[in-house]
Design a protein around this ligand. Structure first.
Ligand code: FES
Length: 103
């Protein structure tokens, strides 16, 4: 059964920034890019680093622990197509941001 949670107000996350939230049993990294919202698994596939704390450049986030990079709009690792962060639905409705995970 999917879990849908209000995580923040849109104004809480400035463009170019990321934030980490717990949604159901998942840690989710939410990013605001120049073109919209993205939500991916917040635990880095390499060694569990906090993806939401990484530097966001365009649509690319760099994990702060060892530098793995992911496209936040697809979850794809930038150098290895076999590595993929899960992506989650994110919706902006009025003054609320909702993330849905397949719990
Ligand atoms: S934990 Fe993210 S790059 Fe190593």
């Amino acid at each position: 059964m999917p879990v849908r949670v209000r995580v923040a107000a849109p104004a809480d996350i400035p463009e170019g920034a990321g934030r980490e939230f717990v949604v159901g049993s998942r840690i989710v990294a939410v990013f605001r890019t120049a073109t919209g919202w993205a939500a991916i698994d917040g635990i880095c596939s390499h060694a569990g680093g906090p993806v939401a704390q990484g530097k966001l450049t365009g649509n690319i986030v760099t994990c702060p622990w060892h530098g793995w990079q992911y496209d936040v709009t697809t979850g794809h690792h930038c150098l290895n197509s076999r590595i993929q962060q899960s992506c989650f639905q994110i919706e902006e409705i009025g003054q609320d941001l909702f993330v849905t995970v397949p719990d």
